[in-house]
Design a binder for this molecule. Structure first.
Ligand code: DGT
Ligand code: CA
Ligand code: CA
Length: 576
C-alpha cells in the first residue's frame, strides 16, 4: 500500500486535533503538530526508505515514539492511536475546528451539550437557536459561526502545491511505466504553479488508451472512480485529491497540453485569436476547416496565432498575451538563478541544525551565500535571541566562515516588529549585522491603518533590510493581515529595502499579485527558504514558482546577485 509523507502528516495532524478536543497534554499535541509538518513536507519518501533499508532518517522533533508511529502507518496505512481516538471521538468532529471561532474547548462543549459532531449538526444547532443556550457561547460567537457556515458553502477544498506534488509525481511515474506511454505531464493549475490546486489534470500521450485507463483504475491509491471512459477518467485518491486523466495521441499532445494547462480565461483569449485567423483551436489540435495545421507541440499552437510560447505560470489572462505579442514577455527567474538565501534558522532558536550544517547544506544546494536570521527575544516560543545571544552567534559565524570555503555566511536576524512598529532589538545590536529581516509575529488582527503604520515605522529603522512574509498569511489556516501593500511597497522603494517572498509551502508570501506590484514599483523581492533544517532548501522551488507567477525576472530578485553586489544593495545609502 503506498503511503506518502503527506498521508503520515495528515494522520499526525488529525491525532493532534483529536487530542486537543479531548484536552490532552499541550506538549504532546505540539509534538504531533510539529511532526506533521516536518514529515508532511519531507522530501524523500519515508515508506520507500523504510521498505529499502529499514532505518528512518533522523527527523527533527521525531523521537522513538513518533518514529514507531511512522513505521506503523507505513505498514498499515493508519495507527492504533488514531483508531483509538476515533473510537472515543467521532472523526468528523475535527472538521468543526476549521470553523473560525471554534477552538477545541468549544468543539468539546458542543459535543457534550448538544451532541454536535459534524458541520451539518452545527448548522442545525445554529438554525434552531440551541447554540445560544450552551454556556460560553454568546451572541458574538453565534454570528461568527453563522457567517463562517455561510461562506463555507462556496469555499472549495484546495490542496497546497507542495503536498499535491507528492501525489502527482508518484502517479505520473506510475502511469509513465505503462507500456506504450510516450509522455506524462501534470497540467492544470499544478503546471501553472498555483499555490494550491483544486484537482490534478494529468495528460498522457499514448497510441492506445485502454491499458492506461486499466492501470489507473488499478492504482492502489484510488478510492473512488467517478467516471471512466475510453480516453478519460476521473478518480478520487485516498487523500481526497481528485485526478482527471486524459489520454491523447502524440499528434494532439501540444494542443491538449495547452488546453488542460489553462487557465480557462487564457485559453478563451487564445481561441479568440484563432477565430480571428479562421482557425479552430481545441484540445485535439489547431484546424483550418478540417485540416490539422498545428497541435503536436505547445509552441506550434502559439505559433498558429503568431505568438511565442508563453510560460505556464503567466497563463492567467493578466496581460501575458499582449506582452507576448509585443515581444515583451519577461525572462522569468529560475531556481538556477538564485545565488543565496537570506532567511534561515539554526538550533540557536527554533531551527534543527547548526550554523555549520546549514551552511554546508546550502552549499550542496548550489548556493554561494546564506544569511543566518534567527528569531529575536520577543518570540519566546522560538527561544528568540537577546543581545548576548546575538553576540555569541556572531562569533560562531566568524569561526565557521573561516573554516569553510565555497559558501559565505552573512550575519542576520529575524527581528520581531513590535506592535508600535519598533524593533525587538536595539540599534546597537542591529548595526553589527549584515542583514536585518523584520517580521510580524503578533497582533495579526490590527485594523488596516494601524497594521500598515506599524510596518512602515519598522521600515524606517536605518538598519532594516527586508520585510519577511509581508502578509503573514498561512494557507488554509490564517488570512493575510489587513495592510495597504502598495504603501509598504512604496516605502520599500524610498528606503531602499526589499520584500521577501517566503518560500515555505504554507506561506508563499508575497503572493503573485504583490510580486507583480513590487516589480511595477521597482522594489526587489528576495526569494527565501526560511529553512529550519537542512532539507528545507527544497522549498525554494515553490518560491520560484510563485515569483514566476508574479512576472519576476532574475534582475528583480535580490538574491540572484553575487555577494559583492548584494552587500552594496544591503548598505542602504537611502537611509543613513
Ligand atoms: P484548479 O483545479 O481549480 O486548481 O484549477 P485548474 O486550472 O487546474 O482547473 P480545472 O482542473 O478545472 O481545469 C483544468 C484546465 O482545463 C483549465 O485550466 C483549463 C481547461 N478547462 C477546463 N474547463 C474548461 C472550459 O470550459 N473551457 C476551456 N477553454 N478550458 C477549460
Ligand atoms: Ca485542476
Ligand atoms: Ca480538473
Amino acid at each position: 500500500m503506498p503511503v506518502h509523507n503527506a498521508d503520515i502528516g495528515s494522520i499526525f495532524e488529525e491525532i493532534a486535533d483529536l487530542l486537543e478536543i479531548q484536552g490532552g497534554n499541550p506538549f504532546r499535541i505540539r509534538a504531533y503538530r510539529n511532526a506533521a509538518r516536518t514529515v508532511g513536507e519531507y522530501r524523500r519518501d519515508l515508506k520507500t526508505l523504510i521498505d529499502q533499508g529499514g532505518s528512518l532518517p533522523k527527523l527533527p522533533g521525531v523521537g522513538a515514539d513518533l518514529g514507531g508511529k511512522i513505521r506503523e502507518i507505513c505498514a498499515n496505512g493508519t495507527c492504533e492511536l488514531l483508531e483509538r481516538l476515533h473510537r472515543e471521538m467521532p472523526a468528523a468532529i475535527t472538521e468543526l475546528l476549521r470553523i473560525p471561532g471554534l477552538g477545541p474547548k468549544r468543539v468539546r462543549l458542543l459535543h457534550d451539550a448538544l451532541e454536535v459532531d459534524t458541520i451539518e449538526q452545527l448548522r442545525r444547532a445554529v438554525r434552531s437557536g440551541a447554540i445560544r443556550d450552551v454556556p460560553g457561547f454568546g451572541e458574538k460567537t453565534e454570528s461568527q459561526i453563522t457567517q463562517a457556515l455561510e461562506s463555507r458553502g462556496s469555499a472549495e477544498r484546495r490542496m497546497k502545491l507542495a503536498t499535491a506534488a507528492q501525489y502527482a509525481e508518484a502517479l505520473a511515474t506510475y502511469l509513465g511505466s505503462v507500456p506504450g506511454v510516450a509522455e506524462v505531464t501534470v497540467a492544470g493549475s499544478f503546471r501553472r504553479r498555483r499555490e494550491t490546486v483544486g484537482d490534478l489534470d494529468i495528460l498522457v500521450a499514448a497510441g492506445v488508451a485502454g491499458p492506461v485507463m486499466e492501470r489507473l483504475r488499478a492504482y492502489d491509491e484510488v478510492k473512488t472512480v467517478l467516471a471512466s471512459g475510453e480516453t478519460r477518467a476521473s478518480v478520487v485518491l485516498r487523500s481526497g485529491l481528485q485526478v482527471d486523466v486524459r489520454v491523447v495521441p502524440q499528434v494532439s499532445f501540444g494542443a491538449a497540453l495547452h488546453y488542460f494547462t489553462g487557465s480557462k480565461s487564457h485559453n478563451i483569449a487564445i481561441r479568440r485569436l484563432g477565430q480571428a485567423r479562421g482557425l479552430k483551436i481545441n484540445e485535439y489540435g489547431v484546424f483550418r476547416r478540417t485540416v490539422r495545421v498545428a497541435g503536436e507541440t505547445e509552441e506550434s499552437v502559439y505559433a498558429a496565432v503568431d505568438l511565442p510560447w508563453i510560460p505556464p505560470e503567466l497563463r492567467e489572462d493578466r496581460g501575458e498575451i499582449e506582452a507576448a505579442r509585443r515581444g515583451e514577455l519577461p525572462e522569468l527567474v529560475t531556481l538556477a538563478d538564485l545565488k543565496g538565501d537570506l532567511h534561515l534558522h539554526t538550533r540557536a532558536t527554533d531551527g534543527h541544525n547548526t550554523v555549520r550544517e546549514m551552511a554546508l547544506a546550502a552549499k550542496a544546494a548550489g548556493l554561494a551565500y546564506v544569511a543566518v536570521t534567527d528569531h529575536s527575544r520577543r518570540l519566546r516560543v522560538a527561544h528568540g535571541l537577546d543581545p548576548r545571544g546575538v553576540s555569541k552567534q556572531i562569533d560562531e559565524i566568524d569561526r565557521v566562515n573561516s573554516a569553510l570555503s565555497g559558501i559565505t555566511i552573512l550575519k542576520g536576524i529575524e527581528v520581531d516588529i513590535l506592535e508600535d512598529g519598533s524593533l525587538d532589538l536595539p540599534d546597537s545590536v542591529l548595526k553589527r549585522l549584515d542583514i536585518v529581516v523584520g517580521a510580524v509575529h503578533s497582533a495579526f488582527n490590527l485594523p488596516r491603518r494601524r497594521q500598515t503604520e506599524r510596518i512602515l515605522r519598522a521600515m524606517d529603522n536605518p538598519y532594516f533590510s527586508l520585510l519577511a512574509h509581508p502578509s503573514g498569511r498561512l494557507l488554509g489556516e490564517r488570512e493575510a493581515c489587513d495592510v495597504d501593500m502598495l504603501k509598504i511597497v512604496r516605502k520599500a522603494r524610498r528606503n531602499g529595502c526589499s520584500l521577501e517572498l517566503n518560500a515555505q509551502p504554507d506561506r508563499l508570501d508575497l503572493d503573485d499579485v504583490h510580486c507583480r506590484m513590487a516589480r511595477d514599483e521597482g522594489v526587489l523581492v528576495a526569494v527565501n527558504s526560511d529553512a529550519h533544517g537542512v532539507d528545507d532548501f527544497a522549498h525554494l522551488q515553490y518560491g520560484i514558482g510563485q515569483a514566476r507567477r508574479g512576472w519576476l525576472t532574475g534582475a528583480e530578485v535580490l538574491n540572484t546577485r553575487n555577494l559583492p553586489e548584494l552587500r552594496s544593495l544591503l548598505a542602504h545609502p537611502a537611509k543613513r
